[in-house]
Ligand binder design. Sequence first.
Ligand code: ATP
Length: 628
Amino acid sequence: MGARTAADGGVEQAAGHVKKGPGRRGGVWRSAPALIGGALVLLMAVLAVVGPIIWGAAAERIDAGAILQGASAEHPLGTDNLGRDLLARVLVAGRYSLALALLATLIGATVGIVLGALPSVLPRRGARLVTGAVNALVAFPGLLLAMFTAVATGLGARGAVLGIGVAIAPGFARLTQTLAASVAGADYVAAARMLGVPRRRILARHILPNIAEPLILNLAQSLGGALLGLAGMSFLGLGVQPPDFDWGRLLFDGFTWIYVNPEVALGPAAAVALAGIGFNLLGDTLARAASRSSAGQRDTARTAPPERAGEPDPDAVLEVHDLTVSFPGGSTPVRGLSLSIAPGEIVGLVGESGSGKSLTAAAIGGLVPYPGTVTYGRLRLGGADVATLSGKELGTALAMVFQDPMASLNPALKVGGQLAEVAVVHQGASRADARRRAVDRLGHVQLPEPAKQAAQHPHELSGGMRQRAVIAMGLMGTPRLIVADEPTTALDVTVQRQILRLLREVVEETGAALLFISHDIAVVGELCDRVVVMYAGRVVEELPADRLADDAAHPYTRALVASLPDLDTDRGRPLAGIPGTQPAPARVGAGCAFAGRCPLATERCRSERPELVVHGLRQRVACWEVTS
Ligand SMILES: Nc1ncnc2c1ncn2[C@@H]1O[C@H](COP(=O)(O)OP(=O)(O)OP(=O)(O)O)[C@@H](O)[C@H]1O
C-alpha cells in the first residue's frame, strides 16, 4: 500500500468517487461529443458496408462528355478527369479507407504491445536494449517514420499500411511499458515472482489482463490517427495507387484541378475530417467512460443499499459488515469481513502478510486501487454511511497513517504548509489560522520546536519526526477514527515505542478510535484493547487483547501467540513458526482457509467453512474444533 493520509489527496480522490453517482456515469454517453462521435462513426460504418453496393457502379462509370465538371445537380461534387462522379467515388472510398486504417492500427498495436511487453520477460540487458529502441522511436516524428517505411517496403496500399502501423507502434509500446511497470509493482506480481513463476507466464496471466482496458481504449483513439495518416500518405502519392482509390488518393487526384474546381477536394477532405473527428470523439468518450466506471466500481460498492444483517450499532464509530474487496481474475483478498469499533477503543487488526489488512484499511478510506471492486453490507463512520459523506466530512472524520511517512508527505513542500493546506481545504480556514493550527498540532504530537519544524521540508526531519508530522496532519481535522497501517514498521525500535505511546495519548485526549494494523501480535497485544485476527481475507478470531496469551482459541491465533518469545523461551532453539503458507486470494477453497496448516483440521474443516460465532465472554471464533 502506498503511504498517504486521509487528509491529503487520497481523500480528495475518495471523495470524488463518492460524489460521482451512477446517473453521471450515464451522462458521459449523453454528452454532445459522445453523440456526435457515435453518430459519425456509425455513419462511416454504414457507409463502409453499403457504399460500394449502392454507388459502386456510378463511381466507376466513365463519361467522356462530363470531364472535369464543376458542381451541378447531377454531380454535386463535380466529376474527375474521366468524367466519373466524385460524390459516388467519395462514398465508395469509405470502405477501403476504413479497412486500411483498421489494418494499420492492428499492426501498430500488435507490434507496440509486443515491444512494450518484451522488457518484462527479457533479461536485464535485452530489456534495456528494447526500452532504448522504443524511446528512440517515440522521439522520431511519426509521419517521417511512416514515409521511410512506406518507401522501403514499396509504394502502394501495403507500404502505407505498414508505414502507419510502424508510426503507431512506438506510442503503444511506451503505453504498454508504462502500464506494465505500474502493474509489475503490485504485490501479487511480486508474490508470483517469488514463487518462481516464469516471466512469460507472469506477463500473460498477471500483467497483460490487468492493462488490457487502457490498451483497447488507445486502439479506438489510434484508429482516427491512422485514418488521417493514411489519407496523408495517399495524398503525398505514397499510398493507394490507381485504379484503387481511398479518400487520400481522391484528394491527390483532385489537387491538380483545385484552382479550377475547388469542390473536387471538398468531398474527400470533408470525409477524412469527419471520420477523424468521429473516431477521436468516440475514443475520448470511451476513455472518460472507463475512468468513470473504474471510480464507479467503488461507487457501486459505496452506494450499495445497507444489508440488514444484524442491527446497526448506533454507538460504534466504525461499523463494517460483510466487506469484500476483489480484483479481476478471481482474486478476493478480503472476504465478507465484519468489524466494529467503539469511540476511544483501540482495535488491533493482525495477521500475516497478505491476509488483507491493508486492503481493509484502504476500503474504509475509499482508497482501493483500480481495478479493485469493493462491496459491503454496511460501512458506517460515525453512524453515517461513508457513501453519503462528502470529501470534507470524510477527510475530517477519518485520519489515515501509513507505513512510510516520507511517502505521505510531499517532499517539495514545507511540513507546516502541508498541514495548513488540510485546514484551508477541509475547514475553509484562512492561511494564517491554518498555519497557527499546524504549529499547534505539531506541538501536540510532541515535535520539538514545532514552529521551526513547520518551516522544514520532510527530508530535513528524522523518520520518527515525519511520522509524528503525519499523525499531526490527521489531527488537523477532528478525527473520530484513526486508521494506522503498520505505522511503526519503518522506524527503529526506540522510535517505534514513542510513536505507539503517542498514538495511545492521541486516542485518550481526542476520544478518537484507533484501528491499528500490524503483523506483530506482540505490539498489538500491548497497545490495543481488542484484537481482530485475520487470515486469508477473513476474521478468524476476535478477543480482548489482555486475554490473548491465555484465551486465544483459534489454532492460528494460538500459533501466532506461540511464535512469540517469552522469558521461558529456550534461546538456543529456533522460534516456533507456522508451517506452510497462507493460500493466495484466488486460491481460497470452500472450507476453512487455515485447514491446510492446522494440526487439528478434520475433513469437515477442509470442506465446510466455519462462521465467526460467539465463544465465551467478549470473544468470537471461526473454528469447528473450538465451537462445535
Ligand atoms: N492492487 C492489487 N491488485 C490485486 N491484488 C492485490 C492488490 N493489492 C493487494 N493485493 C493482494 O491482496 C492480498 C492482501 O493484500 P494486503 O496488502 O491487504 O495484505 P496485508 O495483510 O496488508 O499484507 P502486508 O502485511 O504484507 O501489508 C495480497 O495477496 C495482495 O497480493
